[in-house]
Design a protein around this ligand. Structure first.
Ligand SMILES: Nc1ncnc2c1ncn2[C@@H]1O[C@H](COP(=O)(O)OP(=O)(O)OP(=O)(O)O)[C@@H](O)[C@H]1O
Length: 243
């Protein structure tokens, strides 16, 4: 793989300070601060419309910040948009797949855009890990929702990014797919990547992330340890934060 050169300095993987995102009169994100160090997985939880996906889109370079500082692996998304996109692997919450292309063609396109060499073995292994090997050459138009989610995680992980952004990766995914996604997150952490997981599934988030940031109304309410959010007590604590 040649997608990522080892970096001599270790920058904070995700560094967000005072982020605001406005769409006309709608303030989708109203002052969010987040930090994930290399090797750390952070979950984003919050009710519908809390600003999770918008925050992820800014980190992925899909939506520009209206205000605030946003850096991924030391690259400012506004000042260095190409470098910032290069270090990120992004699984969007919806879309992103070409209906008439196969999983293998998606991998080829992604590798070509990122000028990766020698990616084929990793691509094949990821497809197998996500139980997509048998459909590697079938167009994605006929894929179930969960199959599409699994392929989106594979595409985010292919180039071994320094920052892995997974938006609703568990949505509609079966237990083996969840296990495979956990594997990708653990692998990313082990090689020093920072991981952000946006999800509604608190019980899964706390299994794979050490910290949880809770958003509400575009604002970060709290960042707490995963233990605080675990089990029945965690469920009560989460509901109390959202109330
Ligand atoms: N392109 C857009 N134009 C106008 N408003 C937007 C746009 N994108 C997001 N919003 C608004 O910003 C707010 C935050 O949306 P966002 O999708 O970030 O929330 P979320 O926490 O990801 O929600 P969910 O859990 O339902 O996916 C919502 O009120 C949404 O309607």
């Amino acid at each position: 793989m040649t997608g990522r050169e080892p970096s001599s300095t270790v920058a904070t993987a995700v560094d967000v300070a005072g982020l605001h995102v406005r769409f006309g009169t709608v303030e989708a994100v109203a002052g969010v601060d987040l930090r994930a160090e290399p090797g750390q997985a952070l979950a984003l939880l919050g009710r519908n419309g809390a600003g999770k996906s918008t925050t992820m889109r800014v980190l992925a370079g899909v939506v520009p910040p209206s205000e605030g500082r946003v850096e991924v692996a030391g690259h400012d998304v506004r000042a260095e948009p190409l470098e910032a996109k290069r270090v990120v692997g992004y699984c969007p919450d919806v879309g992103g797949l070409v209906p008439r292309a196969t999983p293998w063609e998606h991998l080829q396109l992604s590798a070509r855009l990122r000028r990766l060499d020698g990616w084929e073995a990793r691509g094949r292994a990821l497809l197998e890990q996500f139980d997509l090997g048998a459909v590697a050459h079938r167009v994605t138009a006929g894929f179930s929702h969960g199959m599409g989610r699994r392929l989106s995680v594979v595409l985010a992980a292919l180039h071994e990014p320094e920052v892995l952004l997974l938006d609703e990766p568990f949505d509609g995914v079966d237990p083996l797919g969840v296990e495979a996604t956990f594997g990708v997150i653990e692998d990313a952490r082990a090689r020093g990547a920072g991981v952000l997981v946006s999800t509604h599934l608190r019980d899964l988030a706390v299994q794979v992330c050490a910290e949880v940031a809770v958003l509400r109304g575009g604002v970060r309410l709290a960042t707490v340890s995963a233990e605080f959010m675990t089990g029945d007590e965690g469920a009560r604590a989460y509901r109390a934060l959202l109330a």
